[in-house]
Design a protein around this ligand. Structure first.
Ligand code: ATP
Ligand code: MG
Length: 321
């Protein structure tokens, strides 16, 4: 049983990514699972190449620093040749109607002056990510469920039209953990791609910076430390973060905290503590670029080996190669 998940280097890894995804992958992941840095997915809208390269490298280090088995980790573009080849085959299996119906494409393209073709076809590349290694399960949030459905449809269609080549993957909805919100704007979730970084706590932020961000977190005027997400979203968010770090429910985490000032200090302490080892391990990896490159190369080799056999049979069945 292989589970596969990717994370796009659209920005730096934040505490929401860590608590909601990376920490889980590290704790629950099995040796056969695959976790990859989806750098090719970061190209569907305008981006800076130098920044993308740097972010991808940093993200790879953060994944490993978070405790994910290095043998399960790779960078997507390191197997770009295989993926692009498979993507072409799958693009010729997919219809224009199918990709243009994707909700995420409609959302991201509406009102845009220019639309990169890759924004339209990106779900097909994602189907390749999933189908090439023969992933059985893909843990996704609501926003990606439709893309996994497409991968399923393409796998079935290819299998019935040309012959059995693909495992038909399943989308699994992970137990919903808290959606961590932006500290400065608790009306939106914390996100990598947010321009204003004041409310985004990055995994590699210095402890002082983390504390400063929590001290400035937006709360409300009630000065009541209670878990009431509807009425006190900022405070509820702090309690969710605290609870996620201490292994308590947000409600329980609120007990005994008398003021927002104390709450902010307590959450800051908990987050700094939670991230201490992750940050240390990641910095050690980044301080040894040659070592990180070796880990990266090994991951790429494993991923390529894993895909080679399936790709060869796909090409044979499709009448090419
Ligand atoms: P982007 O702005 O590029 O969408 P993002 O921060 O939303 O970045 P994703 O790449 O969309 O991150 O998601 C990576 C993983 O992190 C997913 O598993 C997603 O569910 C999880 N995740 C993202 N944001 C949060 C958050 N605020 N709280 C909890 N989990 C999150
Ligand atoms: Mg997102």
């Amino acid at each position: 049983m292989t589970r596969l998940s990717g994370i796009t280097p659209s920005g730096r890894v934040h505490v929401g990514n860590y608590l909601g995804a990376l920490r889980r992958w590290a704790r629950e992941g099995a040796a056969e699972d695959l976790y990859f840095v989806s750098d090719m997915h970061a190209m569907t809208t305008a981006y800076n190449p130098q920044r993308l390269r740097a972010l991808s490298k940093e993200m790879l280090a953060v994944l490993i620093g978070s405790g994910i088995n290095p043998r399960s980790v790779f960078v997507q573009s390191d197997i770009a040749t295989q993926l692009s080849t498979l993507t072409w085959v799958l693009e010729c299996t997919c219809t224009f109607g199918e990709v243009s119906r994707m909700t995420q494409f409609k959302e991201k393209s509406t009102g845009a002056k220019t639309i990169r073709l890759g924004l339209l076809t990106y779900p097909v590349l994602m189907a390749s990510d999933i189908l090439l290694p023969g992933a059985d399960e893909v843990p996704v949030g609501d926003d990606q469920a439709q893309h996994v459905e497409l991968a399923r449809a393409l796998a079935r269609r290819f299998n019935t039209t040309y012959g059995e080549a693909f495992v038909v993957p399943k989308a699994v909805m992970p137990k919903v953990g808290a959606r961590i919100r932006d500290l400065a704007s608790p009306d939106r979730k914390m996100a990598k791609s947010t321009r204003d970084e004041a409310g985004v706590v990055f995994v590699l932020d210095e402890p002082d910076m983390i504390r400063r961000k929590f001290r400035r977190a937006v709360t409300d005027t009630a000065d009541r430390v209670e878990y009431r997400p509807e009425h006190q979203p900022g405070v509820a968010n702090l309690l969710e973060i605290l609870g996620a770090c201490t292994g308590q429910s947000p409600k329980k985490a609120a007990e005994g905290i008398g003021s927002y000032r104390v709450l902010k200090e307590t959450v800051a302490d908990a987050v700094i503590e939670e991230l201490r080892d992750v940050r240390k391990r990641t910095q050690d990896l980044l301080a040894d670029p040659a070592g990180l490159d070796r880990i990266r190369a090994t991951g790429a080799e494993r991923a390529a080996q894993r895909g080679a056999h399936r790709l060869a049979s796909v090409l044979r069945l499709a009448g090419i190669g």
